[in-house]
Ligand binder design. Sequence first.
Ligand SMILES: [Zn+2]
Length: 254
Amino acid sequence: MVVTNSSKDVLRGVCYKKRLLVYPILILSVLLVSMKLAVAFSYEAPGQLVSGSGTGREDYNVYMVKMDFPLTEIPAYVNSQVWGVGGNNGPNGSQCDILNYSYPWRDNYCETRSWDMPLCPAGKGHQGVDIRPSGCSKNIYKVVAVESGTITRIGSYTVYHEGNSGIEHRYMHMESLKVELGDDVIMGQELGMVSNKMGGTPTTIHLHYDMRSDGTFIPPYWSLVKSYQLLIDSGRPDWWSLWDWFTSWGWSGR
Ligand SMILES: [Zn+2]
């Protein structure tokens, strides 16, 4: 093959185009690998409560099969607020202690409480699970609807949501609520922000999430493990942030 000046130019052009492709692919690969490495999710079995915090319910039923995890940011930490570091019955320290913000997850459904809970071994206990967001800050981390449905009741820091599955979901201790009574919401739609609201004295910064079927609080832990694993695996984009971005640029094709 005779290589002329013009064909050299063509070859240079091809190499340049290849280089243009290689760098983004390399950067993307490094990003994806580091995202995976950053998340080493582990969890205790359902019903394995902190020692001394009550008797849990060992329940591997996935009561909500198609469910979005209620927080959008990874990592998030399901663990006890009362028996965790800085909690009323936990080791001394700050609620922001690194131990509260690390895996493994620990179930806290049925943790000792004074109110009746028919599915708990003690007949009383915590109605749902408590979830800490990625960081120990309020009004930063979004809470989203775990499935599509309707908002049936709104408190000052609580949202009640009846899902199309028939399960009733409750999200507590939030601020900056984004929905109103009667709103239809879709899975993944923003409801508010994780906070520490509890009327008077604040609680720790966390989301209390529970679900009811025919009025009975059912164990959400295993459904949350599954939905969180899906969130990690899919690296779900934050569609509502994308929506905010579009609307902030004046696009309102609602
Ligand atoms: Zn709770």
